[in-house]
Design a protein around this ligand. Structure first.
Ligand code: C5J
Length: 221
């Protein structure tokens, strides 16, 4: 494996210590009728990255490297959903409400499922997370430690919310993180661009960023 040609400088891949984490590629964020749409967003932007995320996942799988998936979702009794999160704003559907894809962002509801095109393989770890970051109130850190993972390639949605929060959480815990810039998306293109800038500024204050081709080339190299 070679270094990844990345911003702000080459990402030094550590063989056997790198994994992919695909954040929240769920029907509730990507498909019409879900939570993302209920907030007034145009979800078609997010759908456009699906083939690229799939290519990245397939590259990791082909290289025998671990792929982790996350889902933002809550328990049916909402005991893990702070009222402040549920009640903020004026969405057409709130977390836990019955929508066209079942109860919004509730574990087990069809809307909380990962979209079929990016379905996890049976041996891949899926982390259900009640927050925006993948480490908060989950077993993600322990699952990574058990596999000796110290480096994360991060993809998924949305760039400035759950993806960025996870990268910041990981960075604070000592992981080297690189964002796959064309395998992540936001409902707001300017927020995606700003996130990439924020992550890579000041010598990579949160981490690195590179397109999928550069990441896959390094895995092949
Ligand atoms: C949001 C996420 N945007 N997965 N969740 O509420 O980014």
């Amino acid at each position: 494996m070679a270094d990844i040609n990345a911003k702000p400088f080459a990402f030094p891949v550590q063989r056997g210590q790198i994994a992919l984490v695909v954040i929240d590629m769920q029907r509730d964020f990507v498909e019409p009728g879900g939570f993302g749409a209920s907030l007034g967003n145009d979800v078609s932007l997010l759908g456009s990255i699906v083939p690229t995320v799939r290519r990245l996942m397939d590259g990791f799988r082909a290289a025998g490297l671990p792929v982790f998936h996350t889902r933002e979702c809550h328990l049916p009794d909402l005991s893990d959903c702070p009222p402040a999160k549920r009640l903020r704003g004026a969405p057409a559907l709130r977390i836990g409400d019955e929508g066209p894809m079942g109860r919004v962002l509730i574990a087990g509801a069809p809307g909380a499922d990962i979209i079929p095109e990016l379905a996890p393989l049976p041996d891949e770890v899926v982390i259900d997370k009640p927050g925006k970051g993948a480490f908060y109130a989950t077993g993600f850190g322990e699952a990574l430690a058990a596999r000796g993972i110290t480096q994360l390639v991060v993809a998924g949605v949305t760039t400035e919310v759950c993806v960025q929060t996870t990268m910041r959480e990981a960075n604070d815990r000592g992981y080297d993180c690189i964002l796959a810039t064309d395998a992540t998306e936001s409902y707001f293109p300017s927020f995606k661009a700003a996130t990439i800038d924020m992550i890579t500024a000041q010598g990579g204050i949160v981490g690195w960023a590179a397109p999928t081709d550069a990441i896959l080339e390094a895995l092949d190299g």
